[in-house]
Design a protein around this ligand. Structure first.
Ligand code: IPD
Ligand code: CA
Ligand code: CA
Length: 256
């Protein structure tokens, strides 16, 4: 394991434990938008992670959801979601994660997603495969949308721009074995990587949501593009992640 991945693992587990220990507490909540929450724990987790990574890698850039970032013009960028699944957390629903991805020159090179309640640690490094708690994982083998189980999520702007979100939800709901909406995009991506979901799509995600998960999916043998089919980068507005075998069929069904 590289020094980058071992640092990310160490701090993702530490932040995840902090979140888990406080999950039954009534944490202070603020609103970033009408349905976009932020709790005191998002901020505490982010501070813990950014402080540690800044100490370990003082020349690197950091992009973190709650604003704790730093731009030093480095080719290395850490994308950090300190608490993915904030609404679940605020409602004491035990489904949330910490996501940390490191990119070099725009390409993901290391990623960690930690689901503290299940104690599931997903890790990947470019060229070295993807792992769950140290054991190699791979995407599923189903090759038809009609036999597949999907995950998706809804962007915070859904009330203002519902059409495409609802249309895509309807299309997959009516053509597959089912669609899940668990509320943590990072876990959704990790679960595609380990073959639990066959595919995932969402619009409006940000770099911190996907920066680690896309590496997990690719290293596990899957594909990640945007809705039109272009290779996904963290600057894309839309994402389709799959086991690869159903990817073209997913793209044909999706409304761009
Ligand atoms: C959200 C979750 C959710 C997804 C939203 C994200 P947050 O992240 O990943 O599953 O549907 O689009 O914004 O706000 O809990 O970090
Ligand atoms: Ca998120
Ligand atoms: Ca978050």
């Amino acid at each position: 394991m590289s020094q980058f991945l071992s640092a990310a693992v160490f701090i993702a587990k530490k932040a995840g434990s902090l979140l888990r220990e406080n999950m039954e507490r009534d944490v202070h909540i603020e609103f970033k938008g009408d349905i976009d929450l932020v709790t005191e724990m998002d901020k505490k987790s982010e501070k813990m992670i950014t402080q540690y990574l800044e100490e370990q890698f003082p020349s690197h850039n950091i992009v973190a959801e709650e604003g704790g970032g730093i731009d030093q013009g480095s080719q290395y960028v850490w994308y950090i979601d300190p608490l993915d699944g904030t609404s679940n957390y605020a409602y004491h629903i035990p489904w949330f994660s910490v996501s940390i991805g490191l990119h070099k020159d725009g390409e993901p090179i290391a990623g960690v997603i930690y689901h503290p309640v299940n104690d599931e640690l997903f890790t990947a490094e470019a060229g070295n495969g993807a792992f769950l708690n140290g054991k190699p994982i791979g995407v599923s083998h189903r090759d038809k949308v009609e036999d597949s189980l999907f995950a998706t999520g809804f962007p915070y702007y859904v009330k203002k721009k519902p059409h495409r979100v609802l249309e895509n939800f309807k299309r997959f709901l009516l053509s597959s074995r089912g669609v899940r909406r668990f509320g943590s995009a990072a876990i959704d991506l990790a679960y595609v990587a380990c073959g639990k979901y066959d595919g995932f799509w969402e619009e409006g995600l940000k770099s911190w949501d996907t920066g680690a998960g896309i590496l997990l999916v690719r290293e596990a043998g899957g594909s990640v593009t945007d809705y039109p089919g272009k290779r996904y980068t963290v600057f894309c507005d839309t994402i389709v992640a799959s086991n690869g075998k159903i990817h073209d069929e997913m793209l044909k069904r999706i409304t761009i």
